[in-house]
Design a protein around this ligand. Structure first.
Ligand code: KIV
Length: 275
């Protein structure tokens, strides 16, 4: 990369400061999950601000029922690929279940690996008051931390399923307290997942750090979707997802056409053949 190009990438690169500025100015921003180089590059050049190497990779890449089996090494593997494809977007690596709950020390060690070996510029972890110490210790090590409150998929067994959180008054107060705890611990942003829109709006107005909603209404500072859901690559999508493309049907049609042409000896044609 020439010096001029390197300087312009630096200038336009999403940073935790540029996201904070967007919140101040009331400008919305976008985050998509990505798990490999190809999609990271496509989303990056399409202007997506933040790429999240989500532990949703357990579901959409590995075909698991939950995100719980995802390991730190698997997250590192995908983070490296995404980091290679992102010239502009902020790359955030999701800390997998078990990598930050045991002790703050283990959490810092795992976060350092994601930055040092994975090339992530920030990490994300789920929870509120319970993980405040881990957030502040990771942040103290110089690593930006994104929080994640409300519906937290790593706590599926505690929640008794994927349930919208904060519907009752006690629930509302708990989610709000978690969001405040995350901010006070030093997080630079927080994902608000699966909660009534008025609660997400209240949290967004209360916090000084940006909020990023998923199933949390339109009043958050940013929005995030799982790429397989928004591109039509999932078997099933929740009601809060908007499907922006139907890549699943497109890929299926292409594969069927290929299989037929192979069966009919129409592929490879002359132009695909070395003479
Ligand atoms: O793992 C993930 O994809 C996430 C998003 C849904 C926020 O945590």
């Amino acid at each position: 990369m020439s010096t001029v190009n390197a300087a312009s990438v630096r200038e336009h690169r999403t940073t935790i400061r540029s996201l904070a500025r967007k919140k101040k100015k009331g400008e919305r921003f976008s985050m998509l999950t990505a798990y490999d180089f190809t999609f990271a590059r496509i989303f990056d050049s399409a202007g997506i601000d933040v790429l999240l190497v989500g532990d949703s990779l357990g579901n959409v890449v590995q075909g698991q029922d939950t995100t719980l089996p995802v390991t730190l090494d698997e997250t590192l593997y995908h983070t490296r690929m995404v980091a290679r494809g992102a010239a502009r977007a902020l790359v955030v690596a999701d800390m997998p279940f078990g990598s930050y709950q045991v002790s703050a020390e283990e959490a810092v060690r795992a976060a350092i690996r994601l930055v040092k070996e994975g090339g992530a510029q920030a990490v994300k972890l789920e929870g509120g008051e319970d993980v405040a110490e881990a957030i502040s210790r990771i942040a103290a090590a110089g690593i930006p931390v994104m929080g994640h409150v409300g519906l937290t998929p790593q706590s599926i067994h505690k929640m008794g399923g994927f349930r919208v959180q904060g519907r009752s008054e006690a629930g509302r107060r708990r989610v709000l307290a978690d969001a405040r705890a995350v901010q006070e611990a030093g997080a630079f942003a927080v994902v608000l997942e699966g909660m009534p829109a008025p609660l997400a709006a209240e949290i967004t107005a209360t916090l000084s750090i940006p909020t990023i909603g998923i199933g949390a209404g339109v009043d958050c500072d940013g929005q995030v979707l799982v790429m397989h859901d928004m591109l039509g690559l999932s078997d099933w999508t929740p009601s809060f997802v908007k499907q922006y493309a139907d890549l699943g049907a497109l890929a299926s049609r292409a594969a069927r056409a290929f299989a037929e042409e192979v069966a009919d000896a129409k592929f490879p044609a002359d132009e695909h053949t070395y003479r």
